[in-house]
Design a protein around this ligand. Structure first.
Ligand code: AMP
Ligand code: ZN
Length: 466
């Protein structure tokens, strides 16, 4: 069966047909994090969605060139560097490392290429030059280079492909950022920002003098450098549709390149009905959740329960629900392993087929979970009745392995407790050694309040979910 995906570009669910005439290889670009702070779990909803798309395309047999950039130069970052002192790299390296730690904890596969804006300045400059050659840029009074939407449209370019725009309204109602006072029209955007004293040591030489790239051009340049002028899938959170992705299209097509076939956008993670965001202060980082005793795997499972185009409310009740669902699944898998007793068999096609039918329909995870929990119930029934042979159990497990290559919920090993809790466990062992039993007991109680119990094994103490 063919995979169908909702394409923001056509506003419709379409059969997925890659550009590769052989139908095998495809390029996927996901706008990556701006490394100015710890990412919150709203951001990670989008990255888990990107991971799901990549994994499902691989499951369908495609060879996926998955690229995610790191935005390591941008207004907020420069502002923070100026406050913190030190170099841009020193500042961003810390948050970048934290981002990838969290991405790993959430079971996301590493993208195959991770370009950094600061390492692709030459490609960015070359693209701005191509746009200048096409006559759709202009210099502002401060030396910055802007993209002219009017000239782009006059030359036949379509601005407003991802959403319908009212150009009259845009001219009058868009707020003009203070550092962009010099542009001709409100919706024009900076390709190259001239150096200002506030930029400190963050600048590069260019044909237009010292300065730095605008955010939108970074993604156009890096995606096309990695994947070529036309590639298959571009994705991000829905807030990126406008202006970021619209501007990416304008920049790439303005330079005469066809750009992207399928645009996918993930809905936001909400808190009490509002977008989780730094500016509203209503956010949790993954670290916050690990500190409360939850695991990255539980958070991933929770994020995967919602269809990517549905806004989804984050609640701790939901997260506890994901914990319970995983426990049910793990228990069934453990029993299947015991019954299979090392036997091997081809995957149960029926179960894989149900999962595939659900996911082919624009990644319908709700239907996929329905099939999974029906499968768990049926296995539990057969196991309880002693009606499952070793070979049948092995076929069930082989099917689960195929499905889990998409879901990425690999069953946790003994050290699966979140890192802050493992640190507490170590502290308890040290307290016991020092005969500080009061402290050791207090730690045990704290761990218990976070849903973990200490189990003594011949290899030492370890944490088990309660
Ligand atoms: P940023 O680091 O701000 O550039 O954002 C990284 C990604 O997170 C982008 O794809 C955003 O669209 C996405 N994002 C931001 N907030 C949310 C949210 N509350 N829910 C889902 N995705 C989000
Ligand atoms: Zn981008």
């Amino acid at each position: 069966m063919a995979l169908r995906l909702f394409n923001t570009l056509t506003r419709s669910t379409q059969d997925f047909v890659p550009l590769d005439p052989a139908g095998r290889r495809l390029g996927l670009y996901c706008c990556g994090p701006t490394v100015h702070d710890f990412a919150h779990i709203g951001n990670f909803r989008t990255f888990v969605f990107a991971d799901l798309v990549r994994r499902y395309l691989e499951f369908k047999g495609y060879e996926v060139q998955h690229v995610m950039n790191v935005t390591d130069v941008e207004d907020k970052i420069i502002h923070r560097v100026a406050q913190a002192g030190g170099t841009l790299k020193e500042y961003t390296a810390k948050y970048e490392a934290a981002f990838f730690e969290d991405l790993d904890a959430l079971g996301c596969l590493r993208p195959r290429q991770i370009p950094h804006a600061t390492e692709h300045i030459a490609a960015i400059i070359a693209l701005i030059e191509a746009l200048a050659d096409h006559g759709i840029t202009y210099r502002a009074g401060d030396g910055s280079v802007y993209f002219s939407i009017e000239k782009y449209r006059a030359g036949g370019g379509r601005y407003g492909q991802l959403l319908n725009l009212n150009f009259e309204q845009m001219r009058t109602s868009q707020r003009v950022a203070s550092d962009e006072y010099a542009k001709d029209a409100a919706a024009d955007f900076a390709l190259w920002k001239a150096r200002t004293p506030e930029d400190g040591a963050v600048f590069w030489a260019s044909p237009w003098g010292e300065g730095r790239p605008g955010w939108h051009i970074e993604c156009s340049a890096m995606s096309m450098e990695a994947l070529g002028p036309a590639f298959d899938v571009h994705l991000g959170g829905e807030d990126l549709i406008f202006p970021h992705h619209e501007n990416e299209i304008a920049q790439s097509q303005g330079a005469g390149r066809p750009f992207v076939k399928y645009w996918l956008h993930g809905a936001h993670l909400l808190v009490e009905g509002k977008k989780m965001s730094k500016s509203l202060g209503n956010y949790f980082t993954l670290r916050d959740l690990l500190g409360k005793g939850f695991t990255g795997r539980e958070m991933r499972c929770l994020l995967l329960t919602a269809h990517y185009r549905e806004p989804f409310n984050f609640t701790f009740e939901g997260l506890r629900g994901a914990r319970a669902a995983l426990a049910r699944l793990d228990e069934c898998l453990d029993k299947l392993r015991t019954t299979a007793a090392g036997a091997t068999a081809a995957p149960d096609d029926n179960f894989v087929g149900q999962f595939t039918a659900a996911m082919d329909e624009d990644l319908n995870v709700s239907a996929a979970w329905g099939a999974i929990f029906e499968w768990v119930r049926e296995n539990n029934r057969l196991l309880a009745a002693g009606q499952l042979s070793a070979l049948q159990a092995a076929a069930a497990l082989a099917a689960w392995d195929k499905i889990d290559a998409v879901l990425g919920l690999k069953q946790a090993g003994p050290s699966a407790a979140p890192a802050p809790l493992l640190a507490l466990l170590e502290e308890r062992q040290a307290a016991r050694k020092a005969k500080d039993f009061k402290r050791a007991d207090a730690i045990r109680d704290e761990l218990k309040s976070k849903g973990w119990t200490i189990e003594d094994t011949p290899k030492g103490a370890r944490l088990k979910p309660l």
